[in-house]
Design a protein around this ligand. Sequence first.
Ligand code: T68
Length: 831
Amino acid sequence: ASIPEQLRDTWRKLSAAEFAGKEDFQREVVRHIETTLARSLYNCDDGAAYGGAALAVRDQLVIRWNKTQQNQTIRDQKRVYYLSLEFLMGRALDNSILNLDVKDMARDGMGELGFRIEDVISQEHDAALGNGGLGRLAACFLDCLATLNYPAWGYGLRYKYGIFKQEIVDGYQVETPDYWLDFNPWEFPRHDVTVDIMFYGHVNQYTDENGKVVKVWEGGEIVKAVAHDVPIPGYKTNTVNNLRLWASQPASGEFDFQKFNSGDYEGSIRDQQRAETISAVLYPNDNIDAGKELRLKQQYFWVAASLHDIVRRFKKTHRPWSEFSDQVAIQLNDTHPTLAIVELQRILVDVETLHWDEAWDIVTSTFGYTNHTVLPEALEKWPVPLVQHLLPRHLQIIYEINLYFLQQVEKKFPKNREMLRNLSIIEESQPQVIRMAFLAIIGSHKVNGVAELHSDLIKSTIFKDFVAFYGPDKFTNVTNGITPRRWLHQANPKLSDLISSKLGGYEFLKDLSQLENLKKFLNDKEFVKDWMDIKLANKVRLAKYIKETNGIAVNPHALFDIQVKRIHEYKRQQMNIFGVIYRYLQIKEMSLEERKNLVPRAFIFGGKAAPGYWMAKTIIKLINGVGDVVNNDKDIGDLLKVVFLEDYNVSKAEMIIPASDISEHISTAGTEASGTSNMKFVLNGGLIIGTMDGANIEITREIGEENIFLFGNVAENVEDLRHAHRFGKVEMDPKLKKVCDTINSGLFGDANIYAGLLSSLTTGCDYYLVSDDFSSYLTTQDLVDEAFKDKDGWAEKSISSVALMGFFSADRCINEYADMIWNVEPLPEHK
Ligand code: T68
């Protein structure tokens, strides 16, 4: 539907233009407030100012977005599609302003209209369509893909409710729904871009005119997927990529008019709601597979809509199918989108009538699979009866994929029944289940882990037999990264400005390895002082926030020790709080003289527990229980504070992370695939205490052992230690015993509340090895105290660590994916 050639000049004269300066921007803000929002200068609060500013900035983005998409279509290069059930985007206005490089204009422009830009920005509701690291990684990747000018789209679900909001009531987590769409200027509903998605039904066989048997899936229930597009700007580039989120609606005709007309309004509304339920809520589990039918529906709905869209775009180019994987790379963010493999095979074979083998070649050269965990409870397995019921044709295809695959296995390892059993997509349990990770491996050309240790571990444990079958080359590592735009420039503008003043501009934000030049200034007294003053200012800001929200007065000069992440036993927040209790007991026993030597410390926690994860909720309760005692103990004063920050999310992370002196990344070795907040903290000049796990290992390699506080057992020993616990061969660490006794005394509230948590250490065989690591954890925390007393030494560690963090830019990471897995090139940006 394009405008006829002879009218285009008229059109072009009228085309929307980007604003040239502050006044243009202000005019647009006011216009949007007065017209789009129907408010006035007599009725304009921060919320309306946010609306006006967001809409004005959005216009700018949209102009570039349209041009980028046009440019990508014309150039017709290979594109990347990043399929993720989660995109934890956080706020968009601040990010857009920075990426468009119009910060000063926005600050001054809004200032003259009577608003502080910080207040305006903080009006925005976080887009929280994710749980934790996996979802935030997807968001960082989008930023980098656009910044590096890759032609790339994200595909996800448009949840009506993001991750729940957390309140703390009487020390317990209480969840409330996160309805975030009341005002969301960042999405564009595309009611003309829809896909009908089928569920249930049955498979019929026909014989076509050539005598070929054709299988047709029909008779199912139809739900409509409606595209909602979100512009994704790169930093200082004209490229604005697209994130397409699907919302479910009743298919036209499905909404039951008969029921409606015959007066059964409730019945017809029920049908409508059934359809809308699919994209209603994000499952709030991190690193656990709950296995719910609705979750499987979400997965298929999103995957089928996305593939239909991708195939439709490809078909417009009239290329032969053999060129599909020259034009399309699809990355699977964990196994959640694995059905895409089956769906593409179904489209090619059933709909496009390609031969099975030809189709399968196309499929496997298109997909790549990223694994994010080795935890057995997190590996997705769908019961065969459920898939049979919901997606009968897909089940047949999965069986067929498995059959051909096992034939190859039989060829390579003749008569090896154990190998067949170990490698089969179908696990012979009651009922049988489909191992989605196996399907993802078999249907992809590359499989990657997210940090070196993790990538090694998947090869030697859960996917060992696949390595034996395929050889090692199919498996690779791409160590995670973070976007320095959000996690340095946006979260810590003062530090970013200071760095830029030394490095001669903000180029380092596009080439983070330039941070190395900071080393030259290690002896520049003024620079070092500025550096530490910024840290202090960030701590003051956090202390103020804590005072406002928790009513706790934290001394900004205390050592800020922060652990913010999802609450999980494997992440061992329990070990942290046990350590706090031990410290408290020690201080209580000290003389006043001894106390003078102590470094005051504030332990700051934050993070959500999955609503059904009882143990994680108990840990939150204990942290708050300890806080109540310690913070109100007059005898302790500033020496020790314990804070639990409610509702940890991306925008709070942006405030919290720059304020750390030390942060904790203390998972049982071998359990945290990578971790990404570890990188964010170090990039902001905080040091870390951690185990030899995930990306901590590579952080150590980059910044040097002298700049990190490592402790605890290594992954290699974990199996043996667990074995020893199971056979009752381990005495609990005496210091930990003392802590347990104190909890049992009821000091932090009724001991019964904590009974399960404590018994996990004993009768539960201490699966996460808290006892084994406790003493070395405490010793290392003492080293942290000692190091903190040496202010110059600490500053030197802080600066030299930041200088060596270049490797952890997600730009490096995206370039690795592009080279090793996707085989895509950046596209020159449009004018
Ligand atoms: C995280 N995984 C890893 N999963 O735990 C973390 N799981 O080590 C890593 O740095 C990060 O991924 C990025 O690679 C998750 O965050 C989930 O959130 C999740 C969600 C649904 C189901 C299972």
